[in-house]
Design a protein around this ligand. Structure first.
Ligand SMILES: Nc1ncnc2c1ncn2[C@@H]1O[C@H](COP(=O)(O)OP(=O)(O)OP(=O)(O)O)[C@@H](O)[C@H]1O
Ligand SMILES: [Mg+2]
Length: 285
């Protein structure tokens, strides 16, 4: 089988050498190439700490992290690893370094010493892929949060990574900005095969992933397709998380006596199930 994009084996990490608590407490996981994985979990459960292991910002105290087979502890691989896994963080303002969008997107490439003629093409491609090309001559600080975040994504994409790790990249955006960024991420995943690991507090975003991981206390406590995970509403809630609104509505309707099937997590699925029920003669009187 093809090598996974990311592999964690019994990864443990703590911020203080003698601390009795581990921020990441024995995590094993694979992220396959082309996969879109959402990571959920209450505040402080270790999501960001784990994410920082995926491009060697942090190294495990015990256990191993492999990026396309490269051990993040091997210093000679650092450059390769950072190029293959791009990180996008929460606050777009902290990620902007230049006064014009296209210069900002080019910044990391310049530092890498990519030749000027190649850079032009890569920067243009990246801005198109991130849906920010029309804004290329604008000042980043004049853009909306969602646009700024897409500039940050373009900067990462210009490095031609195989994987994007987004740590609550939509958290500071309004609903429209959030949707635009999510659309960009989905497109990068589906059309260009870029693997995605997205940490999020928005269940509706997680519902769009191929796979959902739930963390609690530094460990992965649930894992499966969005349907598999969000159907277990009580268990998800026990980790101080919400479920998508459609799943919640389905639960309430079942409690009220409507025989709705399991695995409803999107508004469409909920509407379809209700419609099917209404068409059944005598089903809801
Ligand atoms: N730089 C740091 N120094 C010391 N402890 C830290 C540091 N960063 C995080 N921690 C601790 O490590 C644990 C995991 O934190 P982490 O930031 O990974 O959680 P998180 O799941 O990303 O939370 P959030 O949802 O709030 O972003 C927490 O107990 C946190 O207080
Ligand atoms: Mg975090």
């Amino acid at each position: 089988m093809e090598q996974p994009m990311l592999r964690g084996q019994e990864v443990k990490f703590r911020y203080e050498p003698d601390s009795p608590t581990w921020a990441v407490d024995g995590v094993s996981l694979d992220v396959q190439k082309g996969e879109f994985v959402a990571v959920l979990g209450a505040n402080g459960c270790g999501k960001s700490t784990l994410a920082k292991h995926f491009n060697a910002i942090l190294l495990p105290e015990t256990g191993t992290v492999l990026v396309e087979g490269m051990d993040t502890r091997i210093e000679e691989k650092l450059y390769d690893i950072r190029q293959r896994v791009g990180m996008v963080f929460q606050n777009p303002d902290n990620q902007i370094v230049a006064t014009v969008v296209e210069e900002d997107v080019a910044f990391a490439l310049e530092n890498l010493g990519v030749p000027t003629e190649e850079m032009r093409g890569r920067v243009d491609d990246a801005m198109r892929m991130a849906g920010i090309y029309e804004k290329r001559e604008k000042a980043p600080h004049k853009l909306s949060g969602g646009q700024k975040q897409r500039v940050a994504i373009a900067g990462v994409i210009a490095m031609r990574p195989d994987c994007l790790v987004l740590d609550e990249a939509t958290a500071m955006l309004d609903p429209r900005g959030r949707e635009a960024v999510m659309q960009t991420i989905r497109r990068l995943n589906r059309e260009f095969g870029i693997s995605v690991v997205a940490i999020t507090h928005y269940m509706e975003e997680a519902a769009q992933a191929d796979r959902v991981l739930v963390m609690s206390g530094g460990r992965i406590v649930m894992e499966g397709t969005p349907k598999q995970v969000f159907s277990q509403t009580a268990r998800v809630r026990s980790y101080r998380l919400d479920v998508p609104q459609a799943a919640e509505l389905r639960d309430e309707l079942v409690k009220a006596g409507l025989p709705l099937p399991e695995g409803i997590i999107t508004p469409n699925e909920c509407a379809e199930a209700l419609f099917a029920l209404l068409r059944e003669p005598g089903s809801c009187q």
